[in-house]
Design a protein around this ligand. Structure first.
Ligand code: MN
Length: 131
């Protein structure tokens, strides 16, 4: 099960369709607050987190997940339209295991997701390889 946190309906639809086409179950949140709430009840294998969200941004949500022992072990991958070096570093510092750039590359996306679902994907080497 993959939790997608994304406020843009078109992006959400694209991500949902791609994940389902690859056999994943998808749970959706449109805000960080909603995602944190949902995580009291569900245990996804991976969280895809848009960075720019209304209210709490994706990096703050990622920090809270990292700081909570109940959610610390769930890998969070940032979805970001900003592929500048600084954003990559900020995402990493917020506890994300990596990032997937937007606009979503429909061919590359399933491959990246599969990589992040592998055991041990949340490592520094994965960051370098995934970048
Ligand atoms: Mn957004």
């Amino acid at each position: 099960m993959i939790l997608v946190v994304e406020d843009n309906p078109a992006n959400m639809k694209l991500v949902r369709d791609l994940l389902r086409a690859n056999g994943h179950r998808v749970v959706e949140s449109t805000t960080g607050e909603e995602a944190l709430d949902a995580l009291k009840f569900i245990r996804p294998n991976l969280i895809l987190m848009d960075i720019q969200l209304p209210g709490m941004d994706g990096l703050e949500a990622a920090r809270r997940l990292r700081d909570d022992p109940a959610t610390r072990d769930i890998p969070v991958v940032a979805l970001t339209a900003h592929v500048m070096k600084g954003d990559e570093v900020r995402a990493k510092m917020s506890g994300c295991v990596g990032y997937i750039p937007k606009p979503i590359d429909t061919v590359e996306f399933p491959r990246l997701v599969a990589g992040y679902l592998k055991p041990g994907a949340g490592t520094v080497s994965q960051w370098k390889a995934g970048a």
